[in-house]
Design a binder for this molecule. Structure first.
Ligand code: CMC
Length: 421
């Protein structure tokens, strides 16, 4: 079988054979035959925007691998910082590399003191922490002007370390500002997840990190660490393609993540479960979804059409957390909702399954995180993924992102004076 397609321009009879490589065809070949005829692909659902060696996602078979390693194995055996190293460098670190990497991250967790004192104070007390995060990630670029040197791979890695290291500090500072609590400074003796939990929850007495919470946090961060060309990662690549500094590009990625169709879905799931309120209301809610009046948040995915492997792992992690905290009362509604949806023709025919967000919010809430922090947690986890794609794109010396459009507006017309309108 020939691994190619042939396109024919029926206006001229000219044809062109284009090879299929790595599951795609090169648009540059298409342009040779049909200059000025654009693919119309809203949502970029059929367009590959990158060649990437970072994450392999097979939606039909529910497979997710980082640099070739199955997500199930990484969630069971690895740590978030090790996965971050893997995503950025392509290989798991040996002992010495691991020690150096963890040490580097641990010693870049502090924010410039002026930044900490002034930036947060300038926001209203009830500002959504995701809004603060987007702005403050961008704000860091003004403290690190050296980050503009994006041509130097070593300098890029230095900024990546800073960003991964500071995300928990930025996130918890946003939270503590929103509840009027004093900031807790990073503790360099703790691991990444424990340090984050402590900065989040310590008040008055020393915070003892529960090992079940620590491990659940690691697993959740690993599961969120990358997901190839999703909305926020594509945003990071598009903004980075203009050669802006990484803080500005990562802030744009945070902004893309904020929306309820993407990283904001975990918050929306819990609000949905609240509004359903009880077991008996599940069926009427499902009917409302089918009638198009509601959307079942935490269900459906552009790529997964079988199941989301992350959802499976999260469901297991939930049990470990609930063993400590007791079950979340909304869990019963979620389980009933899942059962009803998975046996309903509407959801079966559209291949709609629970995604990563369906259960993550229940775990976060049981651990004590307020709902407006859920997307922030997602952003902490996704930072190494965004950075790896940004770094890969710059290594590839890619062109600036600049799609075309199909113009459907008015043809040329003369300006009409105000009195004649
Ligand atoms: N509830 C009800 N119907 C749905 C849902 C849903 N959650 N998701 C998709 N559909 C229907 C949709 O109405 C459409 O039906 P029809 O063919 O009759 O018009 C069909 O399924 C195809 O949906 P689509 O909107 O074309 O799918 P998409 O690939 O554009 O959107 C999605 C993917 C994730 C935005 C969407 O499934 C959704 O809004 N889900 C709820 C939000 C959510 O959970 N997002 C988190 C995604 S996972 C975390 C992440 O990576 O960000």
């Amino acid at each position: 079988m020939t691994e190619s397609i042939t396109i024919i321009d029926n206006r001229t009879g000219e044809s062109l054979e284009i090879p299929i490589a790595n599951g795609g065809v090169d648009a540059a070949d298409w342009r040779k035959l049909l200059p000025g005829i654009w693919f119309h692909d809203p949502g970029l659902a059929t367009t590959s925007g990158a060649e990437s060696a970072i994450t392999e996602l097979d939606g039909e078979n529910g497979i997710l691998r980082y640099r070739g390693y199955p997500i199930e194995q990484l969630a069971e055996k690895s740590t978030f910082l090790e996965v971050s190293y893997l995503l950025l460098n392509g290989e798991l670190p040996n002992q010495q590399q691991s020690d150096e990497w963890v040490n580097e991250i641990t010693h870049h967790t502090y924010l410039h003191d002026k930044f900490r004192r002034k930036m947060y104070d300038s926001y209203h007390y009830d500002a959504h922490p995701m809004g603060l995060l987007c702005s403050n990630v961008a704000g860091l670029s003004t403290f690190y002007p050296d980050s503009k040197d994006i041509d130097d791979p070593a300098n890029r890695m230095k900024q990546a370390v800073r960003l991964i290291a500071k995300m928990p500090t930025l996130a918890t500072s946003a939270y503590r500002h929103s509840v009027g609590q004093p900031f807790v400074f990073p503790d360099n003796t703790l691991d990444y997840a424990s340090n984050f939990l402590r900065m989040m929850f310590e008040l008055g007495n020393p915070y003892e990190v529960d090992p079940a919470f620590q491990r659940a946090m690691e697993v959740l961060l690993i599961l969120h660490a990358d997901h190839e060309q999703n909305c926020s990662t594509t945003t990071a690549r598009v903004v980075g393609s203009s050669h802006t500094d990484p803080y500005t590009a990562m802030s744009a990625a945070c902004a893309a993540l904020y929306g309820p169709r993407h990283g904001g879905a975990n918050e929306a799931v819990l609000n949905m479960l609240d509004s359903i309120g009880s077991y008996e209301n599940v069926e009427p809610f499902i009917e409302g979804v089918k009638a198009g009046n509601e959307r079942l948040m935490g269900f459906g995915h552009r790529v997964y059409k079988n199941y989301d492997p992350r959802a499976r792992i999260i469901k297991e992690a939930a049990h470990d957390v609930f063993a400590v905290t007791g079950t979340n009362p909304l869990l019963d509604i979620a389980l009933k909702l899942e059962e009803a949806a998975l046996s309903d023709e509407y959801f079966i025919s559209r291949k709609l399954y629970p995604n990563v967000d369906f259960y993550s919010g229940l775990i976060y809430e049981s651990m004590g995180f307020p709902r407006n922090m859920f997307t922030v947690l997602f952003a902490i986890g996704r930072m190494p993924g965004w950075l790896s794609h940004w770094n890969e794109m710059l290594d590839q010396d890619s062109r600036i992102a600049r799609p075309r459009q199909l113009y459907i507006g008015e043809p040329e017309r003369d300006y009409i004076a105000m009195g004649d309108r």
